[in-house]
Design a protein around this ligand. Structure first.
Ligand code: 5RP
Length: 221
């Protein structure tokens, strides 16, 4: 799948135009996009990126991609990001990398949202675990509430004992309900549970999403 991710990432980077402000998502597919973007910058492309995570910020600095903050701009021209699942409505599950809260802010601020994926991410119905960012004080309450309708797990660190702590200082819970029959309603419900900072279901961006799948294009609209 990494060749498909590379193809998607490179295609997205090739759509970037001079003087654009780019929201830069998080993850392995985004890494390929940054790799190609850095090549284009070394050839004279002039852009600024806004990273959605510490990982992306560190990689962008290593690659020589100029960065700015959201407060420096009035609008983002293109947000480019990966996804864990995409359905035919262009509704998404995001947050395997625990960056979905910042990723949502960047997508909301952007005129166009390029979603870069390999074909394994395309599903007819969303059914994956939904990452939930939860303020630590509320974890026991949120866990009890959500366990009434599904399975909820506190995400554990790799090379760190105990829970994953997000870039915003919160816990990440992974919530599974099987096939999600009404993703919009579930997103609204989850984001209204007290203590939830944000869930990884994203159903509000379909109108501005362009899917770039491996070597294939999937038009807007
Ligand atoms: C991070 C994300 C990622 O964009 C998503 O998990 C896809 O990652 P990858 O491109 O590595 O498969 O939402 O929070």
């Amino acid at each position: 799948m990494s060749e498909a991710k590379r193809a998607a990432g490179y295609r997205a980077a090739d759509m970037v135009q001079d003087a654009m402000v780019i929201g830069i998502g998080t993850g392995s597919t985004v890494y390929y996009m940054m790799e190609r973007l850095a090549q284009r910058i070394s050839e004279g492309l002039c852009v600024r990126g806004i990273p959605t995570s510490f990982q992306t910020e560190i990689r962008a600095r290593e690659l020589g991609i100029p960065l700015c903050s959201l407060a420096d701009v009035s609008e983002i021209d293109i947000a480019i990001d990966g996804a864990d699942q995409v359905d035919p409505h262009k509704w998404l599950i995001k947050g395997r990398g625990a960056a979905h809260v910042r990723e949502r802010v960047i997508a909301a601020s952007a005129k166009i949202f390029l979603v870069i994926i390999d074909s394994s991410k395309c599903v007819l119905k969303l059914d994956g675990p939904i990452p939930m960012e939860v303020t630590p004080f509320a974890v026991s309450y949120v866990t009890t509430e959500l366990a009434k309708q599904g399975t909820i797990l506190i995400r554990e660190g790799v090379k760190k004992d105990g829970p994953v702590i997000s870039d915003n200082g919160n816990f990440i819970l992974d919530y599974s309900v099987g096939v999600i029959s009404d993703p919009r309603a579930l997103q609204q419900y989850l984001n209204n549970v007290a203590g939830v900072v944000g869930c990884g279901l994203m159903t509000e961006f379909s109108d501005k999403i362009v899917i770039i799948e491996g070597g294939y294009d999937n038009k807007k609209g």
